[in-house]
Write a protein that binds this ligand. Structure first.
Ligand SMILES: C[S@@+](CC[C@H](N)C(=O)[O-])C[C@H]1O[C@@H](n2cnc3c(N)ncnc32)[C@H](O)[C@@H]1O
Length: 302
């Protein structure tokens, strides 16, 4: 088992969230209480608190192929785009504790002398961990902010944002802020689940069952915001899977992961876990959910 404290796994992140301090992540399920960052006074609202569901999030991570598939597709796109012409500056918007970016940089094997890194993460404790974790990959210090600074900032060659846009308060403003740190040749890579992703289908169905609107942004809103901000973009689609043994305990973990405990508790009886039965594969005795994600690759109009 990996050294948990050294790696600052997300369960620590979640635990801290539980203390009312920060937000948390998942492929789809990042969640925040409203919080205020001390330095930047950034206030972010969210509809799902991940603090109490770290076990459910860890279960999701352990049973999905999503991150590896996204990293591999990103690497293919980056190399195809000539992204590895060096030196390179990279910004990770909504980096969390930097886990995914660190694994991606390790995979890319860019010499640290050739790489400058910036991170944006409104959760202070996570941002500090990301900063420390990424130092070994970066030439000089890692630039780190709670939000994109309004003033003058050197632009980045590549900007990554993996499963973050569901939770930003204003998608149009987030895209405008990122455009602010792009030069003519910069590329922006934003990953969001497609509407066909079974986790998003489940969000729709669950909140319909509750008679409430889904409280998270969708990829369609990102597309509109890219257009409004006059960014050209293309979309690449990747497929991965969530598969787990079909037990009531496991169904409960995934339902809680999707809904957060507050919403999960709104369901009467076993409605929320029953729902997942539609994804049961009789041959294997597993629940198998197909995950479809879009990778938006955007650049300034020439
Ligand atoms: C699902 S997590 C993804 C974390 C990381 N990108 C990864 O792939 O591991 C979403 C992240 O977005 C961050 N976030 C939420 N609202 C944000 C905002 N307005 N600006 C930047 N990041 C935000 C959260 O704090 C969280 O770390």
């Amino acid at each position: 088992m990996r050294c948990l404290l050294a790696r600052f796994p997300f369960w620590v992140f979640f635990l801290l969230c539980g203390l009312g301090h920060i937000s948390t992540r998942s492929g789809l399920g990042c969640a925040m209480s409203a919080f205020s960052d001390k330095e930047d006074e950034a206030v972010v609202k969210t509809m799902k608190d991940f603090g109490p569901i770290q076990d459910a999030y860890a279960f999701f991570e352990a049973h999905t192929t999503e991150e590896v598939i996204i990293r591999n597709e990103l690497e293919r796109l980056w190399r195809q785009d000539g992204a590895l012409s060096l030196p390179l500056s990279i910004l990770d918007f909504g980096t969390g504790a930097g886990d995914m970016l660190e694994r991606f940089l390790t995979q890319l094997k860019i010499p640290k002398e050739q790489l400058s890194i910036g991170v944006v993460e409104p959760v202070e404790v996570a941002r500090e961990v990301a900063e420390k974790r990424l130092v070994p990959h970066s030439h000089g210090r890692v630039a780190s902010w709670a939000a994109i600074p309004a003033g003058s900032v050197a632009p980045f060659d590549r900007i990554l944002s993996n499963h973050v846009f569901y939770y930003v308060p204003d998608v149009g403003k987030a895209v405008a802020d990122l455009k602010h740190v792009m030069h003519e040749g910069s590329k922006l890579y934003v990953v969001m689940a497609s509407d066909r992703n079974h986790l998003l289908v489940a969000w729709n169905d669950y909140f319909a069952m509750l008679g409430e609107p889904v409280p998270f942004h969708r990829s369609g809103e990102l597309e509109a915001a890219l257009g409004v901000n006059r960014l050209d973009y293309e979309v690449h689609t990747v497929h991965s899977e969530l598969a787990f043994e079909d037990t009531l305990e496991n169904r409960t973990l995934i339902a809680r992961f999707l809904l957060g405990d507050d919403n999960f508790r709104k369901f009467k009886g076993d409605e929320a876990t029953q729902y997942l039965g539609r994804y049961r594969d009789e041959a294997s005795g597993q629940i198998i959910m197909q995950l479809e994600d879009h990778i938006f690759v955007a650049k300034r109009k020439q």
